[in-house]
Design a protein around this ligand. Sequence first.
Ligand SMILES: NC(=O)c1ccc[n+]([C@@H]2O[C@H](COP(=O)([O-])OP(=O)(O)OC[C@H]3O[C@@H](n4cnc5c(N)ncnc54)[C@H](OP(=O)(O)O)[C@@H]3O)[C@@H](O)[C@H]2O)c1
Length: 479
Amino acid sequence: MSADICRYEGPSQARPVSGEDNQNAVAEGIFSRPGAGRYTPPAMSETPATVPDSSRPPTSTSTGEKPRRAVVLTGATGFLGRELLWRLITSLPSEYDIVCLVRERGESRSRGTSPPPAALSPAEAAQLAERRLQDVLDEGAPLPREDARRARVHAQPGDITRPRLGLDEAAFSALSARTHEIYHGAATVRFDLPLHEARHTNVDGTREILALAQAAHAAGTLRRLHYIGTAYVAGTRRGAIREDDLDCGQTFHNTYEQTKFEAEGLVRAALRGEGGRAPLPVTIYRPSIVVGDSESGYTSSFKVMYWPLKVFARGLIPIVPASRAGIVDLVPVNFVIRAILQLGQLESSLGKTYHLAAGPERSTTIGAAIDVAADFFKVYKPLFMPIATYERWVRPLLRFVLRGKRRKALETGRIYVPYLSHGAAFDTSHTRTDLRGSGVEIPDVRQYFLTLLRYCVDSDWGRRPVGKPASPGAEPRSF
Ligand SMILES: NC(=O)c1ccc[n+]([C@@H]2O[C@H](COP(=O)([O-])OP(=O)(O)OC[C@H]3O[C@@H](n4cnc5c(N)ncnc54)[C@H](OP(=O)(O)O)[C@@H]3O)[C@@H](O)[C@H]2O)c1
């Protein structure tokens, strides 16, 4: 490690979230949706999986037979998680079950007025979790339910924020004893949550997943924890951001960035074996902003970049508070998933962190992206202006004169403003080096941006189901 690499000092020091109090952001609803020893990766299989008894419960050892090996996935009902699941189904060798930790209710309902999970019996919770998982499978992996590749996918009702993930002791210990790999993607990606709420999911939740990983490691089964972080742990830093950097004294634009920074700190501490524990085998992936499939434009989620794009397409953004030179670093979901599965197979990737980002070479600028989008949606090109001028003079005036949808767009859009003038250039050296020769390459945003825009229109921003273009069974499985 070179001397100038930023050091991580632990999650205890709460950093200020820069900018105005994002707890007051008015975007409610926008982000709510939709081992031991030497590492030998589970070789990805070309042959269809065969599971002798698909009805067998995932953690059953009652018959005395050896429990089946499990790959545990969190976040399977989310944007990235479902794509990962669809790929895993067809690529994991047949001896693996895929156990998805699924909440009985999604984020919006968990925070709403519906009865708390405790009001459900275990059987009801299991049924709801299973139904949610089957919906995900129906959407993207249209294999018959009895197909062995699909039948080995099981919903484990649970919640990352609860002790032992909400499992009783026996179930937790049975699960850890057969866990070979963990893909941890569950998180809240809302920018506007109060710090304690974001921390509960992103930091406490990661701590509980680390406890599962520690238990599996102690049982001698864990080969690797794959942790999905974010490139935006860089917060307000500008210039080159290296993959080994974490704590560089940066501040953060919002509680999402801050809590993902804290969570990655916990993961790195576990990787180093701090706290008297054995070092955990971990690989960290840090995507930048993930968008739809670069070939078809397909996306199951219209969050993050899509909201401002939709408002823009309606001609509701006459002024952009940004420099035209602001960096737009996007990565398509198909690249992110293939990169995780490819890098995660390498022995040399243990302990490494990867920016799954376009990087300076393959990103674009906000000015260029807006020009393309304005031509495509046939709307006027907006005026660019420095943020300081906009915040001081223009925004107060607009607040005064605008009403209805335009006023709402003005208020909601505030949480995106920092991302319009981003000055971070995510270095992707580790990713490019370790993907070399694999056929998985970081795509250039400029090559597929129009494909994304077309999908938005074709699907009417997710309101008209156009389906997932290619089933996982039809995709190449050589990642
Ligand atoms: N999307 C991006 O542009 C992007 C960019 C960089 C990094 N990432 C990272 O990628 C990961 C996935 O992001 P995403 O965009 O797929 O988010 P998403 O669509 O909002 O999905 C989040 C997933 O986490 C689950 N989850 C949340 N809280 C949970 C809890 N307490 N217990 C169990 N599961 C819980 C959600 O389950 P429910 O369905 O029950 O709510 C959902 O499956 C996150 O770690 C995020 O930080 C995303």
